[in-house]
Structure formats: C-alpha cells, structure tokens
Design a binder for this molecule. Structure first.
Ligand code: GP9
Ligand code: MN
Length: 430
C-alpha cells in the first residue's frame, strides 16, 4: 500500500549517502560491462597453490592502476544464489530470505533496474548467458528490468555440442569468444552483462580444459574449485584481450563481481586447510563470504578500497561513476561504496551482519578487526543492538518492496515505466 511506500521513503530520507564528487560522472557515457564471476570468492584473488597464482588475469585486473578493488565486499544471497545476486546488483534490492526473487516476482512486478535506467540514458542494453532463458526465470525477469536484448543459449552456434558444454551451459571460453560477435555489433554506448557458468559446483572440467593442479584438502567437492576458477580466469583474460583488440577496453567501465560463495560452510575442515588454519570459527566463515567487486574505470585513479559493503551497494556505486543521481530519487536500499557518508553495515540475508567493528554471527559477536569473540560492554551491546535494528529494518523494507510490488506506486523523476511488451528475445532466423 501507499503507507508501506511511505515507510521506505522515510527510511531512505533518514539514511542518505550522497555521491562522491571526486568520482561522480567520471565514467559518464562510457560502455559498461558487468562481468559475473560464477561462485567466485575473494580469497581466490592473489591466492597461490603450488607456487602458482590461481587467477593471474583477475589479479592483474584487480591491481591495475585504473581499477578500484574492494576487499571488504560481501555477497548477501540466500537460496536464490545467482538470481538474488543479479537482483541486488541491478536493483539494489535484496533477494528473498527463502526462494528466489526472480522466480517469485520477476514476472509481473514493477522494477526500476539498471538496464531500464541506462536505456533511458541512451544506452543499448544486453544480457548474455550460455544457458536456456527459463533458468532462474531470466527470460521474463530481464524484460521487467528493461533489457532490450537477451542473448541466451540458442544465439550461440553449436551450443548443444557435448564438447561445448559442462554443468550449467556453454563453457566460459566458448561463450565469451562468441559473445564478442554480438558485443561488437551493439550500438554504443551499451550496458552489457555477461554471466559465466563454468566455475560452478561440482567444479568438473574435462582433461583438455583442466590446466591447474587440484588442491589436496581431501574433500572431493572442494579440490576442483581452483581448477575451474583457473579456467574462468583464463576465459576472463581472453575476454579482456578481445576488448583490447576491438578498442572496447579504453572506452568502457568494466565491473567484475563474484556472485556468491563456491565452497559452502559445510566444508569447514577443507576451508581451514585452504586458509592455512588449524580450524575455522564462525567469524572466519563470515569473512569467507567476501566476493570480488572491482571497477575498472579509465577516468579515475584506482586502488584497493577497504570500505565494508555488499552486493546491495553495487548499483548506487556504478550510478555515481556514470553520473546518474540515485539518492533522493530511486528506491535503492544500498549505499554508494565511494560515498564518504556510508554506514558500512553489511546485512546478511539471515539477519547476521558485519560492520568494521562487529561481526555478528551465530548469536555471537566477534571483533571484526581481530576475529576475537567479544565480551560486550553495556555501550557495545547498545551499538550492536542498534546495528541489528538497522539490519532488520532494511531487510524487512526490501521484502515489502518486493512482495507487495511497491515500485508500481512510485516512479522516479526522469524514469519511464518499463513495458515488457516492448521486448522479444526470440532468435531471429538468419
Ligand atoms: C544458472 C547459473 C547458476 O544459469 O547462473 O546458478 P546458481 O546455481 O549459481 O544459482
Ligand atoms: Mn551462481
């Protein structure tokens, strides 16, 4: 109802994080790539096994002088995994506590998502994925989000060839090689999202593609992770090279993110071995939920940024660089990671959270800086309580927006409502 909408508006008014004028608009008008690293965790960045970097290309990208790399950035998904990561990245709204927002609400709800916003700023928009459009209800959801183009499996030559596929669709190297043909033809500037799949549980890869030694934790579902991550990294490296060859690299802002963990908390002994620890605490597991978020922005000086944030914050950050004002206009629940007025509270979908001071998990509070279990003073208790209230509030507001379809009652200034009838993703016979 309108009253629910008011409570969201009130919250946003009380929790503004303005843009950062040093970054605002620095990437305005550039092409935008959103590169989805499947099941990719931050610990892989600069990680070495048997003396070799697992992901040399992603590492080089992370340390590039024009890349802003975030090292305290967390995934915030629950069961919706990839789909809820996409929902957060492109709407700055949370996924659901159970199930998937794209499946439950992607068809029918009103959204004011990144592709629609970009299209209204003169961008061509496209999503690319080497599987069928019904997976995670992408085929319908992307229309609601205003994607003009969705290149899925049937757009890719020989997509059914067994040697082209593993797990959840086209192998990343083939998928990305063939995606370039479409990207080159898109009218510029464009906003393009590329979703990889090969680095997905159970981390299987044929002999021909496996080019990295397995780890030796003894846990079968874990030890192939670096092998597929390495494959993804090679695919990423090739893709960046295509961009350089086609001159897309220099006039593009490239956003790279990991969607969620690849190794679940059920594998504690293996995680301990990977991290070189005797055993892992709940704190360690919370930190293990960090995923990459990197923005290669040719117009700014890069560096590693230590702010605490998560997937919910990605969109306001991108919009800042692109010169599109969101504060006070869009119903986005995240805060610009580059803003100096951020609250740095990172809610997990189960109500736990991380701040630069406190890591609240499993009913206990750890000191985020040291990882030590805390004996809270009265004052600290109060602060933890306040943070918890904030987390509960923002999650429940997000759920209200999603489950009650509140955005249909509000249209941001300068935004034209999406009409799903405008889009048709079926393959045109050639
Ligand atoms: C499916 C792929 C994997 O298309 O995105 O989804 P996930 O299992 O990671 O949620
Ligand atoms: Mn995923």
């Amino acid at each position: 109802s309108k009253a629910d909408l008011k409570s969201v508006q009130q919250y946003l008014k009380e929790n503004p994080a303005g843009e950062n004028f040093q970054y605002f608009g620095k990437e305005q008008g550039k092409n935008v790539f959103v590169f989805h690293l499947e099941s990719f965790q931050q610990f892989l960045v600069d990680y070495k096994w048997k003396g070799q970097e697992v992901t040399p290309n992603i590492n080089a990208f992370y340390h590039d002088q024009n890349t802003i790399g975030f090292d305290n950035f967390f995934h915030q998904v629950a069961q919706g995994k990839t789909s809820d990561a996409e929902t957060m990245l492109e709407n700055s709204l949370y996924g659901l506590p159970t199930g998937s927002a794209m499946i439950s609400y992607g068809t029918g709800n009103t959204f004011q998502a990144a592709p629609a916003i970009m299209a209204q700023h003169g961008y061509t928009t496209a999503a690319m994925h080497g599987d069928v459009p019904s997976f995670w209800n992408r085929g319908n959801t992307y229309k609601s989000w205003g994607y003009e183009n969705f290149f899925s499996k049937s757009f890719y030559p020989n997509a059914d060839k067994p040697s082209y596929n593993v797990g959840y669709g086209l192998k990343d190297k083939i998928f990305l090689r063939d995606s370039v043909n479409y990207l080159q033809k898109l009218p510029q500037p464009f906003y393009a999202k590329v979703i990889t799949v090969t680095n997905h549980y159970p981390y299987l890869l044929g002999k021909k593609d496996a080019d990295f030694p397995q780890t030796n934790t003894g846990d079968n579902t874990v030890d192939g992770y670096v092998v597929t991550a390495h494959y993804l990294d090679q695919a990423f490296g090739q893709f960046i090279n295509y961009l350089k060859k086609t001159n897309l690299y220099d006039n593009s802002m490239i956003v790279v993110y990991g969607d969620h963990y690849g190794i679940s908390n059920n594998h504690r002994p293996a995680i301990a071995k990977l991290l070189g620890k005797k055993k892992v605490t709940n704190y360690d597991l919370a930190m293990f939920q960090k995923v990459p978020f990197m923005i290669h922005a040719p117009g700014v000086q890069g560096g590693i940024n230590h702010t605490y944030g998560g997937e919910i914050d990605a969109l306001p950050t991108m919009m800042d660089l692109l010169g599109i004002r969101t504060t006070g206009n869009y119903m986005m629940l995240g805060q610009d990671l580059l803003s100096t007025q951020r609250n740095q509270i990172v809610p997990f979908r189960d109500g736990n959270f991380v701040t630069p001071q406190f890591t609240k998990v499993g009913g206990q509070v750890y000191d985020t800086a040291t990882g030590k279990l805390m004996n809270l003073s009265a004052n600290q208790k109060e602060r933890v309580g306040d943070d918890q209230d904030h987390v509960n509030k923002v999650l429940s507001l997000s759920d209200k927006i999603m489950t009650k379809d509140l955005l249909r009652f509000y249209t941001p200034t300068g935004f034209k409502k999406v009409d799903v009838g405008d889009y048709d993703y079926s393959v045109k016979a050639t």
